[in-house]
Design a protein around this ligand. Structure first.
Ligand SMILES: [Zn+2]
Length: 505
C-alpha cells in the first residue's frame, strides 16, 4: 500500500492528467470581479487551475468561446426536500436546468424532523444537486406543542432547544422560521431568540420568512426590526427570506427597509436577504386570506362553519383580500378542485355568483389551492436587487414559475434587458454571497482548490420558459454544468449523473 503510494506520487506531480478543460469562455468568478477570458481545468471534484491551458491535457475539452462561465448557482431558499427524497425526482431537474448546483431547503420554519437521517438518505440514494438543510422552528414547535398558540412552559422550551441542538449536531446549516405561518406565528420574539442562540453555538444562521411582509400585524418594518433584534441578541447572521414589500399598504417601503438593514449592518449585525425576481408571491388561499387565530389548534374547518366567529372571520378575510390587491390578484395555480385551475378568485366568484371571500372559503373546504398572489411592485424589487447584501433565491414551489425560471429570468430580464444590475453582480448574488452566508466551504467561487461546480451558459439563449399558466417548463440556455466535477448537463442535455452531495455545516 505504502509502496504503491510512493511510486504513483511523482507521476501525479509531473504530468497531472486533467479530467476536463473548459476553454476560452468569458469567466466570471463569482466574487463580483469583472469577466475575463480564461480556461478552467478540473481534476476529480476540484478546480485545479484558471488561466491558460496551453500544454495541458485533459480527457475532455469543452470549447466555450462566446459562452459565460460562472460558479454553479447556490439557492438558499427552496422547497426541494420532497423532490430530493424521491428517487424519481432527486436529480432536481428544475434547478440543474437553471444552472443551480446547490440548494438549501427546510426554509420557512418547515423542515424534515430528522436532519441527519435525511442528509444520509440523500447521500445514499443520490441527488442531482448538492443540498443543505435548515432545521425548521415550526417543525420543532409542532413536535413539542402541536398547533397550540400558547407560550411554551420551561420544560417545552428546553425540549425545543434540545431538538435544535440535535439538528445542528447532525449538520443543519441553521434554523429557519416561518413567523407568518402557524405555528411559528404563535412564537414570541424571545422564544425565537432562545432557539436561535442554540443554532449560533454551532455557527448556524437564522433564516426567516418574517412575521409580516405587509400590514397584517407588526408590519414590514416591524418585522425587519424583529429580525435584526434576533441577530443582535442571539449573535448570528440573519437572512430575510424573499425580501419584498407585499401589498398596497407597504409599496415603496423598500427604501425604509434598506435603511434599517444598512444601519444594522453598520452596527455589526450581519443582516442579509434573499429575493426572487417576480411580482407575484406563491402561497396558499388559506395562508393569504385566513387570519392565524382561525387556524389555532387545527380547527380551521370548524371555524369556517361556526356562526359565533363567522362575521369576524369574513371581515378579516375581506381586509386581507384588499391588502393583497383584491380578487383579481389571486390566481389559483394548484387547486385540489381542478375545475378552478388557472382562474382568478374574481372569475371564480363571478361564475358562482357569490362573494370572493365565500368563493375562497369553498375552495379551502374543497382541499385548498396554491395561489400566485400578485402583490409586489417592480420599483421595490429593483431597489432590493441592487443591494450588495441581497442574494437570489427561488423559493420554488409548485404552481409558480420561479421554481423553474428564477436564475435565468434574473439574468435575462434584469441584467440583459433592463440593465438593473451588472452581470457580475447578478452572478455574485447567486454564488459567493449565498455560499458565505450559508457557510458552504470551498463553493461559490471559481478558484483553484474549490469544488468544481461550474456553469457554462449561452448568453443569447439563457432564458426562463415557465409561465404562470405553464409553470413547469424547464429553462433554456445552460450548455454545460458540472456538479463536483461531473457533467450534470452536457451540450444542453441532462445526463444520468447524480453527483450532488449532502452538505453539512
Ligand atoms: Zn417563505
Amino acid at each position: 500500500m505504502l509502496a504503491a503510494l510512493l511510486l504513483s506520487a511523482p507521476c501525479l506531480a509531473t504530468a497531472q492528467k486533467l479530467d476536463l478543460i473548459i476553454r476560452g469562455g468569458s469567466v466570471i468568478d463569482g466574487s463580483g470581479a469583472p469577466a475575463q477570458k480564461a480556461d478552467i481545468g478540473i481534476a476529480g471534484d476540484r478546480i485545479v487551475f484558471i488561466g491558460s491551458s496551453n500544454g495541458k491535457q485533459a480527457t475532455r475539452v469543452i470549447d466555450a468561446p462566446g459562452l459565460i462561465v460562472t460558479p454553479g448557482f447556490i439557492d438558499p431558499h427552496t422547497h426541494t426536500a420532497g423532490d430530493l427524497s424521491d428517487p424519481k425526482r432527486s436529480r432536481n431537474d428544475a434547478y440543474l436546468m437553471q444552472g443551480v448546483t446547490t440548494v438549501a431547503t427546510g426554509n420557512d420554519g418547515d423542515s424534515p424532523k430528522e436532519i441527519g437521517a435525511t442528509l444520509a438518505k440523500w447521500e445514499h440514494q443520490g441527488i442531482g444537486t448538492n443540498a443543505a438543510l435548515f432545521i425548521g422552528q415550526g417543525t420543532v414547535r409542532g413536535e413539542v406543542m402541536k398547533m397550540s398558540d400558547g407560550k411554551p412552559t420551561d420544560e417545552q422550551l428546553a425540549q425545543m432547544k434540545h431538538l435544535v441542538e440535535a439538528a445542528m449536531q447532525q449538520g443543519a446549516i441553521g434554523i429557519s422560521t416561518g413567523l407568518y405561518y402557524a405555528p411559528g406565528s404563535y412564537s414570541s420574539t424571545e422564544e425565537v431568540i432562545e432557539l436561535a442562540k442554540v443554532a449560533a453555538q454551532y455557527h448556524g444562521i437564522y433564516d426567516t420568512h418574517m412575521r409580516d411582509e405587509s400590514s397584517y400585524t407588526i408590519g414590514l418594518l416591524g418585522s425587519v426590526r424583529e429580525t435584526i433584534r434576533i441577530g443582535r441578541e442571539a449573535h448570528l447572521t440573519v437572512m430575510i427570506s424573499h425580501i419584498k414589500a407585499l401589498g398596497a399598504d407597504v409599496w415603496g417601503q423598500s427604501a425604509d427597509v434598506i435603511k434599517v438593514v444598512d444601519d444594522a449592518r453598520r452596527e455589526g449585525i450581519n443582516v442579509v436577504a434573499s429575493q426572487y425576481p417576480y411580482t407575484a408571491s406563491g402561497t396558499s388561499v388559506t395562508a393569504a386570506l385566513v387570519p392565524r387565530w382561525a387556524e389555532a389548534n387545527g380547527v380551521l374547518l370548524k371555524n369556517l362553519d361556526d356562526p359565533a366567529v363567522h362575521t369576524k372571520l369574513i371581515n378579516e378575510m375581506n381586509q386581507n383580500l384588499v391588502r393583497r390587491g383584491g380578487p383579481d390578484s389571486l390566481l389559483m395555480t394548484a387547486p385540489r378542485d381542478k375545475t378552478v385551475t388557472g382562474k382568478t378568485l374574481a372569475a371564480i366568484a363571478k361564475e358562482r355568483n357569490e362573494s370572493p371571500v365565500d368563493a375562497a372559503i369553498e375552495i379551502i373546504k374543497s382541499g385548498g389551492s396554491a395561489v400566485a398572489s400578485f402583490n409586489m411592485k417592480e420599483n421595490d424589487i429593483e431597489a432590493f436587487m441592487r443591494q450588495p447584501w441581497v442574494m437570489t433565491c427561488s423559493d420554488g414551489s409548485e404552481g409558480h414559475p420561479r421554481k423553474y425560471g428564477t436564475y435565468p429570468r434574473k439574468i435575462h430580464d434584469y441584467v440583459y434587458e433592463r440593465h438593473i444590475i451588472f452581470l457580475e453582480a447578478a452572478v455574485r448574488s447567486s454564488t459567493s454571497l449565498p455560499a458565505e452566508t450559508l457557510g458552504l466551504k470551498d463553493r461559490g467561487l471559481l478558484k483553484p482548490g474549490y469544488f468544481a461546480d461550474v456553469l457554462v451558459f449561452d448568453p443569447k439563449t439563457f432564458q426562463e420558459r415557465a409561465t404562470y399558466e405553464s409553470p413547469r417548463v424547464l429553462a433554456a440556455g445552460v450548455r454545460y454544468l458540472t456538479v463536483n466535477g461531473r457533467l450534470a448537463i452536457d451540450e444542453g442535455n441532462l445526463t444520468t449523473t447524480l453527483a450532488g452531495k449532502a452538505l453539512k455545516r
